[in-house]
Design a protein around this ligand. Structure first.
Ligand code: GLN
Length: 405
């Protein structure tokens, strides 16, 4: 007799909403780094602890009973603190009640911005290289991404000297169908920062359009060499059409807490919250209350650029002793390098293959810059994150210095 057996049911097949997308490069490289015990300079996160006073403030918030749903738009004390911070740094007045929303990190904020204003068929302009969540968000909203590349200035030996907005290409990309433009300063992965003249030029370009702006400013407190972060919120004409996104994960060294915010004029915020209330409802309460208390003292963020500049300078000085060509890093906590002149067979590899080799064989993980483009590209440039303890950077540098040549 044949034993009775139940066939294993198979899941119904359905068309993928993101057919061309695999797992995000940050997860891929962090997994590979862990499997190979490599120093992880790939995914951007600090390897040091936050201020114990911040942990204590969050702990106190839990102990004192802030454990139920906070307000959908965010704990009011945190929204007040955010409004004060923006006023202090950028001279802009946002109403905490109607213009500031706390989000579950910047990725959720950007996704919600896109979903709240992009309808099927709308065009969304993205400046490449671009953080990897932008294009899938546009695709899921049914929008059409219009990709404009940054202008790259090189010196006589071909090394990248600086990046700039390609203004003519950007102007040409704007059509009556353009709904949204995504900008990012300090820029991930190049570290490029917008200057006042860039904000002025963008405001002028958009003046007679209905184009909205999503300004990703998560690295706002990491701007080096005496320069200043120029927030879209600081420019009245731009602020009137902008969703400004930031991240406490970056500012407070707690990327795993997944808390950020969006500041936008009331009409934009109202549409944002229509979506936000149904994809997260609200963000965890004790961390909001703890962060509000901690951030009351601006010292918690005003010294951050100097702190990270010391790390950038240390890391760059070490890399200068290798054959990698250093690209500029005026902001963010990333340093890009060109590996084309290493004089080893691996310098012929694609960026993705090179990063895999570097992680598995050299023991240092990095991110291929090609992951920041919607179409195949390879310029032999990879990104390191220097938000690490000096001893971590030194171990990574000693491995990079010992590479075959
Ligand atoms: N922003 C971080 C980076 O660029 C990663 C964030 C993430 O992993 N989603 O490395």
């Amino acid at each position: 007799m044949t034993p009775f057996s139940t066939p294993v049911p198979s899941a119904p097949s359905f068309p993928s909403r993101l057919p061309a997308i695999g797992t995000t490069i940050f997860t891929v490289m962090s997994t590979l780094a862990a499997e190979n015990q490599a120093i992880n300079l790939g995914q951007g996160f600090p390897d040091f602890q936050c201020d114990p006073a911040l942990i204590e403030a969050v702990n106190q918030a839990m102990v004192t009973g802030h454990n139920q749903y906070p307000s959908m738009a965010g704990a009011l004390e945190l929204r007040h603190t955010i409004a004060k911070k923006i006023q202090l740094l950028y001279g802009a007045g946002y109403d905490p009640i109607s213009e500031i929303t706390v989000t579950a990190g910047a990725t959720q904020a950007i996704f919600t911005v896109v979903l709240s204003c992009v309808s099927p068929g709308d065009e969304v302009i993205v400046i490449e290289p671009a953080f990897d969540c932008y294009l899938p968000a546009i695709e899921l909203a049914g929008g059409k991404a219009i990709r404009v590349s940054l202008d790259v200035q090189r010196n006589s030996t071909g090394t990248v000297q600086s990046y700039a907005i390609a203004w003519d290409a950007l102007a040409n990309a704007i059509t009556p169908k353009t709904r949204l433009l995504l900008i990012n300063s300090p820029h991930n992965p190049t570290g490029m920062i917008w200057q006042q003249v860039d904000l002025d030029r963008l405001a002028h370009l958009l003046a007679n359009t209905n184009v909205l702006v999503c300004s990703d400013e998560v690295y706002e407190h990491m701007v080096f060499d005496g320069q200043q972060h120029r927030s879209a919120s600081s420019h009245a004409a731009l602020a009137a059409r902008s969703f400004v996104v930031s991240s406490f994960g970056k500012t407070l060294h707690v990327t795993g807490w997944k808390i950020g915010y969006v500041a936008a004029p009331a009409a934009l915020t109202a549409e944002f919250r229509k979506v936000h209330q149904f994809n997260v409802f609200s963000v965890n309460a004790p961390m909001q209350v703890g962060i509000a208390q901690y951030l009351a003292d601006p010292a918690s963020y005003v010294g951050l650029s100097a702190f990270y500049q010391a790390k950038r300078d240390y890391f760059r000085a070490g890399l200068a002793e290798t054959q990698f060509k250093l690209l500029p890093s005026p902001g963010s906590y990333f340093q890009c390098v060109d590996y084309s002149a290493l004089g080893i067979p691996q310098s012929e590899l694609s960026e993705a293959e090179f990063c895999r080799w570097l992680t598995c064989e050299v023991g240092v993980a990095a991110i291929p810059v090609s992951a920041f483009y919607g179409a195949a590209t390879d310029s032999k440039v990879i990104r390191f994150c220097f938000a690490k303890e000096e001893k971590t950077l030194e171990t990574a540098l000693s491995r990079l210095r010992a590479m075959p040549s």
